[in-house]
Write a protein that binds this ligand. Structure first.
Ligand SMILES: [Zn+2]
Length: 215
């Protein structure tokens, strides 16, 4: 039997796959950037966190997140690493935290749709907060040179596809940045004054995105 638990290691939320085994002692392995642990029952989350932190340094935990956004084994969604279950490979869903796809081809499409839904709702939320009376069209694309863009005249906001892999506050930092271009079409001090009003932690959060830290 296997299940997944979300634990907190050095302030980072990490999904760990837990295998219950009566015979063997506790074992920890890291496969493709994902942590697997064998344990006896009963166990507690605190117990798992203590054990993992006794063998994994903070640096090691952060390198788990300098790996790709997804591989054949996992996908990072909203900053949390989920196991990827590909039904076409005969893999089975074990936990509700698993991200299930019918085939590899479906992964990017599913991620894009998920990102579109999330970003649309964040745009709506912050537009209301910032009093921006525009009906924006929102698109998710491969942007490469930036993570967001506000096409002022077209009333179009575009966001990069990688954002779905990052936590919600990192996504919000990009959404708020683009919405602030409604008031200022540049990156002047006035622009940043507005931005920092809506997200005081903007610079700290944005640094995580630049460093590839998922949360
Ligand atoms: Zn900008």
């Amino acid at each position: 039997m296997e299940k997944q638990e979300i634990v907190n290691l050095y302030g980072k939320k990490i999904v760990v796959s837990i295998k219950i085994n009566d015979i063997s002692s506790r074992r920890i392995s890291i496969v493709g950037g994902h942590i697997y642990m064998t344990l006896r029952e009963p166990y507690s989350i605190k117990d798992i966190e203590k054990t993992l932190m006794s063998v994994l340094t903070e640096k090691k935990v952060s390198t788990l997140y300098s790996t790709p956004y997804y591989t054949d084994y996992y996908v990072d969604i909203l900053g949390i690493r989920r196991r990827l279950v590909d039904l076409s490979k005969g893999q089975e869903r074990i936990s509700k935290e698993d991200f299930v796809i019918s085939n590899q081809h479906e992964l990017e499409k599913k991620l894009k749709n998920l990102e579109l839904d999330i970003i649309k709702s964040r745009v709506e939320k912050y537009q209301a907060l910032m009093n921006i009376p525009i009906s924006y069209q929102v698109k998710i694309t491969n942007m490469r040179s930036s993570v967001g863009k506000n096409y002022y005249k077209k009333k179009l906001l575009t966001f990069d596809r990688i954002l779905i892999h990052f936590s919600l506050d990192i996504i919000d930092s990009v959404v708020i940045h683009e919405l602030c271009h409604y008031f200022e079409q540049n990156h002047s001090n006035r622009f940043y004054n507005i931005l920092l009003k809506y997200m005081p932690k903007y610079r700290e959060v944005r640094r995580k995105l630049i460093n590839g830290e998922r949360q």
